[in-house]
Design a protein. Structure first.
Length: 262
């Protein structure tokens, strides 16, 4: 799937309805939004001139949306997310499943390339990633997306950003359900791991569960060249403290003080 040169032509009318041209972002506390992150988020506002809507949610508004549109079970699962990164993962599945549209992380910068072609149908669009255990580094897409490319220790997976789909997409639904069940599981052994519970591990698992159960691979499109459209900005101020999930994975989260958060 990752190394297929071109997306499969739309084989049925199942995914023919276009995805909504709506961009959704999340930051848990918008009153303490770092300026460098705000600049990343604002880079997408130029798309409003092309007919896109932009919505930004925080922890409270995301929780309200989940409670209203999905119910108490899903709100409880959202409230079990112990880190803002998990909240954003869980919220994106919830929102895109219910409303459809385009979720993008707050630290992604838009490069100005046209994206209308991603909304002509309702198929799920995902960005592929590949990690090399031997070097502890990401593999460049120009290398791992070539047909047949592979090395011992390469891990292929799908990123959770961007997440573009029509409402009620079965893969997004499964990602939401799997994350919910993982958050509901007995946590006697400690806090759950972020990647596997709500992040790319959960999404990648969900993709292959749904495809292996008979859903056509045409239900999704791999965005091989997403970095032409957007990249995650480094460095940013929040990556140096507990707001970075990598520094808080499986640890009780303590929001930094205002002086730390600058």
């Amino acid at each position: 799937m990752v190394q297929r040169c071109e997306p499969s032509p739309l084989g049925s009318a199942t995914w023919s309805a276009p995805a909504p041209k709506r961009i959704v972002q999340f930051w848990d506390d918008l009153q303490r939004l770092p300026q460098d992150v705000e600049a990343c988020m604002n880079s997408w506002r130029q798309l409003e001139r092309s007919g896109f809507e932009l919505e930004v949610f925080d922890k409270k508004s995301a929780s309200d949306f989940i409670r209203t549109r999905l119910g108490a079970r899903y709100e409880d699962a959202f409230n079990r997310c112990y880190h803002p990164s998990m909240m954003s993962d869980y919220f994106r599945y919830s929102y895109v499943f219910v409303e459809g549209g385009f979720y993008i992380d707050a630290d992604d910068v838009y490069h100005g390339t046209p994206i209308d072609q991603l909304f002509v149908d309702g198929r799920l669009k995902l960005q592929p990633f590949c990690y090399d255990i031997g070097t502890s580094q990401m593999v460049d897409p120009s290398i791992f997306t070539k047909p047949g490319a592979n090395q011992p220790g390469w891990i292929f997976y799908f990123n959770t950003t961007p997440l573009i789909a029509s409402p009620r997409h079965p893969i997004v639904e499964r990602a939401l359900l799997n994350a919910t069940e993982s958050l509901e599981a007995d946590s006697a052994s400690g806090l759950p791991e972020v990647q596997a519970t709500t992040g790319p591990g959960n999404l990648t698992r969900s993709v292959f569960e749904v495809i292996s159960e008979g859903c056509s691979p045409d239900a999704m499109v791999v965005a091989h060249d997403w970095e032409r459209t957007s990249t995650s900005q480094w460095p940013l101020s929040y990556r140096n403290d507990s707001r970075n999930w990598r520094l808080s994975n499986q640890q009780a989260y303590r929001a930094p003080s205002p002086s730390d958060a600058r």
